[in-house]
Design a binder for this molecule. Structure first.
Ligand code: A3P
Length: 364
């Protein structure tokens, strides 16, 4: 409503299109709108500066993973043996590491590593941890510390392969070969002697079968012949377990762990129970969060059981995601006598490992 001034003559001259006295509320409205506009712009700018990064980060974590891959790292197979080459399917479960370079982010060397054991659930652990807003996983296996051709490229090369992270995020990489390769502990120690190390272990008999299946499926794809599991793990002439088979050697956990403990104290490791990672992943993840000093953000609600896959899969914000088909393969029916031989063979080794790490995994 127009509020009359003392006299209309006192009012400023108005536009001929305006009725007398309408100019003031009009100018006031313009001023008001200008002021509102300025404060809105200022607020937006402030938001972008202050909480923008975390909002973007959340958005990135929740929906942009894999959608905006600016550049990815091609697997460099380096100097692999034939067996490793057959093994090397390079986890196709890679829907893109986050390569988005938001303001306030930079590439950092990993502060935590998943060092193995291969076929014990390393991909599941990495993917699940990547759900945490304070973790940024490099999804490719980098093989930096076990592949000389990469290692000579130097730490700066390695750092540049890492995803961009905010200051409050932990960069994590996983390469299961790290656990079993001789030179790796020393090399990692030289990079960061206080790095946190994650190791997933699984019943060695099951792990050995899974390891065999990985190579088996790779050979099948290439149309190559592959011996049966029994023929490989049992030495025919003696009828005993074939200790020269890499799949067996990788399953003797205490041998490898011993080398690691020369460089790192036990407190720097967190050992994830592979079987429990399958049955109740959220429970294993809570322990990892504690070990990494992170707020507890992962729980049962991040997962759902997928009947077809027979494993837990992840709820992402806009979709659901299971691990690739190479994770959770059907295992072959192994002859009972061979299974018994393997269990007997691993029993004393498992015992040594339990004593070394102070955990009884109860594998039979
Ligand atoms: P199998 O394929 O023998 O079942 P890695 O990632 O180290 O190669 O380990 C693969 C193993 O991860 C699988 O071995 C599977 O048992 C295990 N795993 C754990 N949680 C899983 C999940 N949620 N989905 C699929 N595989 C999972």
């Amino acid at each position: 409503m127009y509020k009359r001034l003392a006299s209309d003559e006192d009012a400023p001259k108005a536009s001929p299109l305006l009725r007398p006295g309408e100019c003031c509320p009009y100018i006031t409205r313009i001023r008001l709108m200008t002021a509102l506009g300025i404060s809105l712009i200022t607020t937006i700018l402030l938001l972008v500066q202050c909480i923008g990064p975390s909002m973007l980060r959340t958005a990135d974590l929740l929906c942009c993973h894999g959608n905006q891959v600016l550049h990815t790292v091609q697997p460099n197979r380096g100097n692999l043996s034939q067996e490793d080459e057959d093994y090397a399917e390079y986890d196709e479960d890679l829907d893109g590491a986050t390569r988005i370079h938001y303001k306030h982010t930079k590439r950092r060397l990993p502060q935590a590593l998943i060092i193995g054991v291969r076929k014990a659930g390393t991909r599941a652990l990495l993917e699940f941890l990547n759900l945490h807003p304070n973790i940024q996983a490099e999804k490719k296996e980098m093989h930096f510390f076990d592949d000389d051709t990469k290692y000579v490229s130097g730490l700066e090369w390695y750092r540049k392969k890492m995803p961009y992270t905010y200051g409050d995020q932990i960069t994590i990489e996983k390469t299961p070969a790290y656990f079993v390769e001789e030179l790796v502990p020393e090399r990692i120690y030289k990079m960061n002697s206080s790095i946190r190390l994650l190791l997933v272990v699984r019943n060695p008999v099951e792990r050995t079968i899974s390891d065999y299946m990985q190579i088996h499926s790779s050979k099948l794809k290439k149309g190559k012949y592959h011996d049966t599991f029994e023929d490989i793990v049992i030495d025919r002439p003696t009828g005993t377990v074939n200790k020269n088979y890499k799949g067996i050697r990788r399953s003797i956990y205490h041998h490898h762990m011993e080398r690691w403990l020369h460089y790192f104290p036990l407190q720097q490791f967190h050992i994830v129970h592979g079987e429990r990672l399958v049955s109740t992943p959220w429970e294993e993840l809570v322990k990892v969060e504690t070990f990494l000093g992170l707020e507890h953000r992962l729980n049962h609600e991040n997962f759902y059981y997928n009947q077809t896959k027979g494993f837990y899969c992840m709820h992402l914000q806009s979709k659901e995601k299971c691990l690739a088909s190479s994770k959770g393969r059907q295992h072959p029916m192994v002859r009972t006598d061979v299974l018994l031989k393997l269990s007997d063979f691993f029993r004393p080794h498992n015992q040594k490992f339990y004593e070394m790490v102070g955990i009884d995994f109860g594998w039979e």
